[in-house]
Design a protein around this ligand. Structure first.
Ligand SMILES: Nc1ncnc2c1ncn2[C@@H]1O[C@H](COP(=O)(O)OP(=O)(O)O)[C@@H](O)[C@H]1O
Ligand SMILES: [Mg+2]
Length: 232
């Protein structure tokens, strides 16, 4: 079933008097539980597209219909609630809160969602182990390497068991072993929880395990390739 339907989505940025067409008339449908990779050269519009999909930016024109709801027609408060309840975003630059420890950063979305303390503790233990940051939980972001921060931000995004995970180059700072651990975790979530993944990446290993590859160039969809049989 269609979870996300993207209709004629466009985004322009204004730089002084210059108009930058970062995204041009994109039409795509994404099913629940699909694992989609977004590829394309730097500057092609991947981050712009993900920011719109993650409801952290608004389009110049076009719409996103998420589970039957045209999301940019929602009032701001409803849009925030929609995003909080259904979507997790893994940022390219981590966006960790600098004054909080790794533990507190991962805990944060569960606090907002009022998850009971024992459950929060359990999930942080499990996930920090899975991404390999359990021994650094007391450290603040500035006491962690880029790769460690990236893994903390991945744990924070997954800890609420979100329906949709949007990730902007989530393994760019990771070595092969850590990348493989993360990839296994994502695949397991897709299988066990029917999590939908939309991931911008240059990493051939992520592309290999995706159900579908969408390549973007100059803000347009260039290719849309199913790597596994579409069966839902
Ligand atoms: N906030 C912004 N203001 C102006 N131009 C932007 C902004 N964000 C992105 N762009 C421009 O939009 C185009 C697409 O950028 P982006 O979506 O970041 O591509 P990618 O993630 O594929 O590298 C580029 O030309 C970039 O310079
Ligand atoms: Mg980008």
């Amino acid at each position: 079933m269609n979870l996300i339907k993207i209709n004629q989505l466009s985004k322009q940025y204004l730089m002084g008097k210059t108009v930058i067409n970062a995204l041009n008339d994109v039409n795509i449908e994404i099913d629940k539980g699909e694992y989609v990779c977004i590829a394309g050269p730097s500057g092609s519009g991947k981050s712009t597209f993900l920011n719109l999909l993650g409801l952290i930016d608004t389009p110049t024109s076009g719409e996103i219909i998420f589970d039957g709801q045209s999301v940019f027609k929602l009032k701001e408060k409803e849009l925030h609630r929609f995003r909080k309840d259904r979507i997790s975003f893994i940022f390219q630059n981590f966006n960790l809160i600098p004054i909080l420890s790794a533990y507190e950063n991962i805990d944060f979305p569960m606090l907002i969602n009022k998850v009971p303390k024992s459950e929060r503790q359990y999930r942080i233990d499990k996930l920090s182990e899975a991404v390999g940051v359990r021994q650094y939980l007391n450290h603040r972001p500035d006491e962690l390497s880029g790769g460690q921060q990236q893994r903390v931000s991945i744990a924070r995004a997954l800890v609420t068991n979100p329906e949709v995970v949007i990730a902007d180059e989530p393994t760019a700072n990771l070595d092969t072993t850590n990348t493989n651990n993360i990839l296994a975790l994502l695949k397991q979530l897709q299988r066990d929880e029917d999590t939908t993944f939309i991931i911008a990446t240059h990493d051939p290993d992520i592309m290999k395990q995706a159900d579908r590859l969408i390549s973007i160039r100059d803000g347009k969809v260039e290719k849309n390739i199913y790597q596994v049989e579409k069966n839902k």
